[in-house]
Design a protein around this ligand. Structure first.
Ligand code: NAI
Length: 252
C-alpha cells in the first residue's frame, strides 16, 4: 500500500512542527512547508533521521501560485494529498486606533485566506479520489474569547469556523471531511512573544485559572489534529474542536 501524504503549512516551528512529527510517527509522508526555510528543513531532516518520510518546500500561504505548485507536485508525484493541515498563522498586536487596512489585510490574508488557498488547491484531486481530510487551525479567539488589540486576528480565526463549516457542507458528498481545532494557551513562539502576545510571565500566570492547571504543549494540539484527520473521526465533519484545557468552559 502506498503511503498517505500530509501537507502542513507553518510546519517549521510550534504546533505545525509538532503536527508534522505526529503524522510522521503514524506513517504519513510529510510535505513540511513554511516561510522559515532553516526550521522547515530541520523538521524534515528530523523526521528522516527517525526513519520517516518527509521533505521541505518553501511555501508562503499568501501566495496562491506557491500553494498550487507545491500541492500540484504532490498530485503528480504521489497521486494526491490525503491530508491538509492549514496551520500557518500570525498574531500581531495592533490597537484599533492604529489598525490600518494593510495591517488588517495581512493577518486576514494569512490566517483565513491562507486556509482557503490550501483547501482550494488540494480538493480537485481529493474529489477525483473521493477521499481526503482537511484540518484548519483556528483559536479560542475565533471561538469564544475576545482578544483586545487583536481584532483582525479574532475576526480571521472566527472566519475559519465558517470556512470549515462551508467547506464541510460542500465537500462531504465527495468523501472529504473538513474540521478545525481551536487551541487555547499553547506554549509556542506566538504565545511567548512579549511584543505581540502574552509573553512567558503572563502566559505562566494563566495556568491556575485553567481547569487542567497548565499551559498546553504543541503536541497536545497535534494529537487532536491527527485524530480529526484519521478514520477514528470518519463521521465527524464541519466541527472545530477546542483544545484549551477547559479554559473557555470555566465559570468565574
Ligand atoms: P508559531 O509562531 O510557533 O508558528 C506559526 C507558523 O506559521 C510559523 O512556522 C510561521 O513561519 C508560519 N507562518 C507565518 N506566516 C506564514 C505565511 N505567510 N506562510 C506560511 N507560513 C507562515 O505559532 P503557533 O502557536 O505554533 O501557531 C500555529 C497556529 O496555531 C497559528 O494559526 C496560530 O494562530 C494558532 N494558535 C496558536 C495558539 C497558541 O497559544 N500558541 C492559540 C490559538 C491558535
Amino acid at each position: 500500500m502506498t503511503k498517505p501524504t500530509a501537507i502542513i503549512s507553518g510546519a517549521g516551528i510550534g504546533i505545525g512542527r509538532a503536527t508534522a512529527l505526529a503524522f510522521a510517527r503514524v506513517g504519513y509522508r510529510i510535505c513540511v512547508t513554511d516561510i522559515l526555510e532553516t526550521e522547515g528543513k530541520q523538521v524534515a531532516e528530523e523526521i528522516k533521521a527517525g526513519g520517516g518520510d518527509a521533505y521541505f518546500r518553501k511555501l508562503d500561504v499568501t501566495r496562491s501560485d506557491q500553494v498550487d505548485d507545491v500541492v500540484g507536485e504532490i498530485d503528480k508525484q504521489y497521486g494526491g494529498v490525503d491530508v491538509v493541515v492549514a496551520n500557518a498563522g500570525i498574531a500581531h498586536k495592533v490597537p484599533l486606533a492604529q489598525m490600518s487596512d494593510a495591517k488588517w489585510d495581512i493577518t486576514v490574508d494569512i490566517d483565513l485566506k491562507g486556509v482557503f488557498r490550501m483547501a482550494r488547491a488540494a480538493t480537485p484531486r481529493m474529489r477525483e479520489r473521493r477521499k481526503g481530510a482537511i484540518v484548519a487551525v483556528s483559536s479560542i479567539s475565533g471561538m469564544s474569547y475576545g482578544w483586545a488589540e487583536h481584532v483582525h486576528y479574532s475576526a480571521a480565526k472566527a472566519g475559519v469556523l465558517g470556512l470549515v463549516r462551508g467547506l464541510a457542507a460542500e465537500l462531504g458528498g465527495d468523501g472529504i471531511r473538513v474540521n478545525g481545532v481551536a487551541p487555547g494557551f499553547i506554549r509556542t513562539a506566538q504565545s511567548l512573544s512579549e511584543e505581540h502576545s502574552m509573553g512567558e510571565a503572563r502566559l505562566v500566570a494563566q495556568a491556575p485559572s485553567i481547569p487542567l492547571r497548565r499551559i498546553g504543549e504543541p503536541d497536545e494540539v497535534a494529537d487532536v489534529i491527527l485524530f480529526l484527520a484519521s478514520d477514528a473521526a470518519r463521521y465527524v465533519t464541519g466541527q472545530t474542536l477546542l483544545v484549551d484545557g477547559g479554559l473557555t468552559i470555566k465559570q468565574g
